[in-house]
Unconditional design. Structure first.
Length: 170
């Protein structure tokens, strides 16, 4: 892999472009221009993933007879983006990180995701902060008070158990 290559990230949707490779870390940009830093182990060349799906005997994509298929207008499904802000999802290791540095990384990720959701027209964003001692939750609510054009409230209590905030955009 080299700078400029199109790649996928394990457990992530979308196509990313390599901007820089630093040891076992790689800096990527998504289609919206946002930078992502991740482990080189999680990066897969875009072409090899397509090749896997096209050549794998276990995965068969059913070809439908389009001449007999009824045509329906596609229903627009409300796009909901979930972002898990647990520190283990944001960094490979917390060794050497102080609690305030971890909190700052989590808040930066929340800020970026809100901006991205506003930019791409996402109507509902769920930020999963977890329960813990409530420090991250408190700081996220402070952040949300400063953002215009949104409304926010506790996310589905049954699903998230008081560990997430739902943000409605627009």
């Amino acid at each position: 892999m080299k700078i400029g290559d199109r790649v996928n990230i394990l457990d992530e949707e979308g196509i990313f472009i390599i901007q820089k490779i630093e040891g076992n870390k790689v800096i990527l940009t998504d289609p919206y221009g946002f930078e992502h830093i991740c482990s080189l182990k999680k990066v897969i060349p875009y072409e090899s993933l397509n090749e896997f799906y096209n050549n794998s005997p276990e995965i068969s994509i059913k070809q439908e007879d389009k001449s007999r298929k009824k045509k329906f207008l596609p229903q627009k499904k409300e796009e909901i983006r979930e972002v898990d802000l647990h520190i283990g999802n944001l960094v490979d290791t917390t060794v050497g990180l102080h609690p305030h540095q971890m909190l700052q990384k989590q808040l930066n990720k929340a800020r970026i995701e809100i901006q991205k959701a506003k930019k791409d027209g996402t109507k509902k964003l769920i930020l999963i902060h977890g329960k813990g001692k409530g420090v991250l939750k408190t700081e996220i609510y402070k952040l949300l008070e400063t953002v215009e054009g949104i409304e926010y409230f506790e996310a589905d209590i049954i699903k998230y158990r008081f560990g997430a905030v739902e943000i409605r955009i627009g």
